[in-house]
Design a protein. Sequence first.
Length: 258
Amino acid sequence: MKRDIRRPRSKPKPGPRPGSKSGPRSGLRPDTLPPELQTTTLWSFPSQNYGGQRQGSTAYRGATPAGILWNLLQRYTRPGDLVVDPMAGSGTTLDVARELDRRALGYDLAPTRPDIFRADARRLPLENAKADYVFVDPPYSTHLRYSDDARCLGRLDAADPAYYEALDAVFAEIDRILRPDRGCAVYVSDSFVKGKGFFPIGFEVFGRLRQRFTPVDWIVAERRNRTLEMGHYRDAAAEGNFYLRGFNHLLLFHKPGH
């Protein structure tokens, strides 16, 4: 019988329910609370970190919320599985994976710590079919400057076809290193630039991933970006008749078995 790809590979351990003694109403700092299993396609995390620990760096611009990795790895991996992040940033994926007794490999063009290897996500120094799960949080156009390296995808504008061609190369590499019957996830936001317009990166990426992998689900993750609370940004959006990015896409896919 073919395995249901939507079924968790291990039994997830749920966190506290809202209103419980250890939940959000307890008055505790959000980053000290244990992670909570998300059960809908709308995910929201009150803090970058969880459990009073530091997963990655809160000072790193563009860091992925650690709760996202916790949820993905609880559902789609088992202890001992190899988790790979081709654009590891400050190492959030590595920290969460190791907390959950998964093996982890991280690569980046501009490594921020010794356990992240310097490599281009389009040419990873890893053998074929070695990863049990791959997570990647690529640049969303040119909104942040991650590196001075000319190969950095963050230097490519979403208005330029070269941006999507580069992402295609990353997805091809994920396909190469991922074992059959295993999963991957891409965390990405759309882009709006005044004078250039709106670029639906999430939809573009979904279509390209679907050419290689089987869709599992599409998650909307609320953004807790501090700039969204700043009055001058909100005023500019209202006066200019445009929207600030309030969510990210979390695209879940599965690589079919042989």
